[in-house]
Design a protein around this ligand. Structure first.
Ligand code: BGC
Length: 721
């Protein structure tokens, strides 16, 4: 169908039909759905009529080839013009084969595997009937109290942008029209949802435009530059205006400045939420404001279907804008080939072969192992063969390792840690006990754990958070492990045997106590379907840990936000002339993170040489090379992530102490040395000045190279323009 045909189709549509294209309803509203009910109760209260459903443009949360086919078929019969439905769902880190949560994927620093995980997610989802995924979520995060940090790839704008691109490439492939096993991506949540005050979900966001542009916007922009088809608005306010009614963000920035011509969808119910936000008196005003601001599709509330027509008839909203929005929706349907083949990649037989296939699980296992971060190791890991291991804790035998956004994932088939180890150790060498639940425990559970600990050589504690302790609406003000688990470690510690703690959780935690009491710590996050196999591989030394944190772990919640790319202040701690008291610091905790951005250990050790610059002067239009020799000084093969940071020593506005500019992963055999060469150009040094021009400052820059954001070696160069 040509654009001309879309225009002709639009001409045939009544006002009601056009407005209903902007409506997104959940699966149970549709004929053919397994859960379909009469439109009664809460559904009727929403104000949805049969006509709305008949004319509706898209479905939220449908999947399963048989069901989706039935819904589409029934819809095409009842829709006057035969306009197919778009099927959208949250395929965030896997469809049924669940990969680690995105924050964990971030810690792999492996863009190729991240892309592959999205490709697999798209494949499984597409045979199951899904056309669009509400991913990637690219919100920059600095506050671990916010439960949704697990959906993000972390605190760095450059790394987040690289992952945003990788995920979009994986979901969408090169050509959505011909490749029916890909899905359209919808980047979210526009904008700055990750900056909710106090880490409380849905809370206010207010920041300077400079900070917004420098830190928060790049990853959304990167996703769009990669061709991402859709954008979802955020729940929060930005400069006093809810993002879902924010003209400045949507019409001015996204549409005019960035030239985005894809679909903008509200987050769930966010159009109607303009009322409790206090910027709309009623649903009519909410519809008028959200639509004028640029939201095309309203998700799960009915302000548009109930009021847009009247607003247009009264000339309060222009029909031209409505036509533009409808055309965008029709255009995506066309691009996905739905007019010719409304069932697209949907494939009931394929579903059985594709979903959870061995190759898919193999990628999930590899990515899970690469996403785990070794935070501490006093030579207890890898576990020595022959030692008796007691596996203790609420996550020893738990399938709750998929994370809160694993919609179609099944805990029953997730590989538990005990099962991962059991396949690899003889039964006389492995015992298991729960010790306690995640949040509560009994004396008997503790006693059983102490008993098996008494007969073991090394104690592996599997601790963490339940998946609903993070994710949406999963904010916590105390980010320590729940008390009962802290008591469990303390009791086990008294036995005096080596303790390895494996953590399953969705956010950076306050690990002070855990760090003190453990001889080794593996942060396994929510590692997904293959979690137990992946962690067993690491514990037993078949895989050497290589993950590096992409979000700082604070000493305590009182330090939050703590992030590596912060400013120096006028009174930095540790400066040569610093006073004892009048410096920027806490009296009771350090300023720095307990485990910083970029940090992660290996079973081998790496030595970094001094960075060598090809030229001490960088001229605009040219580049300089920064090389460093990295040597594996240990006894095992290992993978190091070599990180390059830059600091602009005197800017127009204050500049971060370090900014990640590049990284490279290197696999090194024992004793092997590799020369890693980075290249820096002037355009990588640009940022938003006080007048919002995007440019660089001539003068001195420091470059830092190292295995993390703290442990670095440095050199300087001059930028001459
Ligand atoms: C979440 C989105 C999600 C949407 C649809 C919302 O509550 O904030 O991230 O895509 O629901 O499920």
């Amino acid at each position: 169908m040509q654009d001309q045909t879309l225009h002709s189709l639009l001409k045939e549509m009544t006002l009601d039909e056009k407005v209903a294209q902007l409506m997104q309803l959940a699966t149970p509203f549709f004929e053919g759905s397994n859960e379909q009910g009469e439109i009664t109760g809460p559904m009727a209260e929403m104000g949805v009529t049969k006509d709305t459903v008949r004319n509706c443009g898209s479905v939220l949360g449908a999947s399963g080839a048989k069901e989706v086919r039935a819904i589409q078929e029934a819809h095409l019969k009842s829709n006057r013009l035969g306009i197919p439905l778009l099927i959208m769902a949250d395929i965030v880190h896997g469809f049924k084969t669940i990969f680690p949560v995105p924050l964990a994927i971030g810690c792999s620093w492996d863009l190729k595997l991240a892309e592959r995980s999205a490709e697999i997610a798209a494949y499984e989802a597409s045979v199951s009937g899904v056309h669009v995924t509400f991913a990637p979520m690219v919100d920059l995060v600095r506050d671990p109290r916010w439960g949704r940090v697990m959906e993000s790839t972390g605190e760095d704008p450059y790394l987040n942008s690289e992952f945003a691109r990788a995920f979009v490439r994986g979901f969408q492939g090169k050509d959505l029209t011909s490749d029916t096993n890909r899905v359209a991506a919808c980047v979210k949540h526009f904008a700055a949802y990750g900056a909710a005050e106090g880490g409380r979900d849905y809370n206010t966001v207010d920041m300077s435009e400079r900070q917004l542009r420098e830190m928060y916007l790049p990853a959304y922009k990167a996703a769009l530059d990669e061709g991402c088809e859709m954008v979802m608005t955020a729940f929060n306010t930005v400069e006093g205006i809810p993002a879902s009614g924010n003209k400045r963000l949507m019409r001015e920035l996204l549409r005019t400045e960035w030239g985005f011509d894809g679909i903008l969808i509200s987050d769930w119910g966010a159009v109607k939420e303009l009322i409790p936000h206090g910027v709309a008196a009623d649903e009519r005003e909410a519809a008028a404001k959200a639509f004028a601001a640029g939201v095309d599709i309203e998700m799960m509330t009915v302000c548009y279907v109930n009021h847009l027509k009247e607003l247009i008839v009264n000339n309060e909203v222009s029909e031209e804008l409505l036509d533009e929005a409808v055309l965008r929706i029709l255009a995506l349907k066309k691009k996905l080939g739905l007019f010719e083949n409304p069932h697209r990649g949907t494939d009931e037989h394929g579903e059985h072969e594709v979903i959870m296939s061995e190759p898919h699980r193999a990628v999930a296992k590899k990515l899970a192992a690469k996403s785990c971060v070794l935070l501490k190791n006093n030579n207890v890991l890898p576990l020595q063969s022959g030692k008796k291991v007691a596996l203790i804790g609420p996550f020893a035998q738990s399938g709750d390792i998929l994370g809160p956004w694993s919609w179609k994932g099944s805990r029953e088939v997730a590989v538990q840690l005990y099962d991962g180890l059991k396949g690899r150790m003889t039964s006389d060498k492995l015992s298991v006990a729960k010790g306690c639940g995640v949040e509560t425990g009994t004396h008997e559970e503790l006693q059983e754990a102490l008993d098996i600990a008494a007969h073991a050589d090394v104690l592996v504690l599997a601790l963490g958070e339940k998946s609903d302790m993070s994710g949406e609406a999963g904010s916590r003000s105390d980010i320590r492990l729940p008390e009962v688990q802290r008591e469990l470690i303390a009791a086990i510690r008294r036995i005096g045997k080596p303790i390895v703690t494996v953590l399953f959780n969705g956010r950076p935690l306050d690990l002070r106590d855990v760090a003190e009491q453990s001889d080794a710590i593996i942060e396994a996050w929510f590692p997904g379907t293959e979690g137990g196999h992946a962690v067993a591989d690491l514990l037993l030394g078949d895989v050497n840990p290589s993950g590096k944190l992409t979000m700082s772990f604070p000493h305590s919640v009182g330090q939050v936000p703590v992030y590596y790319n912060c400013f120096n202040t006028g009174r930095p701690q540790g400066a040569p002339d610093a006073q004892v008291r009048y410096v920027s610091q806490y009296l009771d905790v350090p300023n720095e993170a307990l485990y910083p951005f970029g940090f992660g250990l290996s079973y081998t050790t790496f030595h970094f040489g001094e960075p060598v610059l090809s030229n001490p002067v960088l001229k605009a239009g040219e580049s300089i090379k920064i090389s460093v020799l990295v040597t594996n000084t240990g006894e095992r093969q290992g993978e190091e992530t070599v990180q390059l940071y830059v600091r602009d020593m005197a800017g127009d506005v204050v500049r971060p102490l370090k900014e990640l500019k590049a990284f490279e992963k290197a696999v090194l055999a024992p004793g092997e040395t590799k020369k890693i060469i980075f290249s820096i150009k002037e355009d990588q040094l640009r940022y938003y000045h006080s007048d919002l021009t995007f440019t660089s400052d001539p003068g001195t820059f420091t470059v830092f190279v190292g295995p993390d954001s703290v442990n670095v070696k440095e050199a300087t160069f001059e930028l001459v323009k």
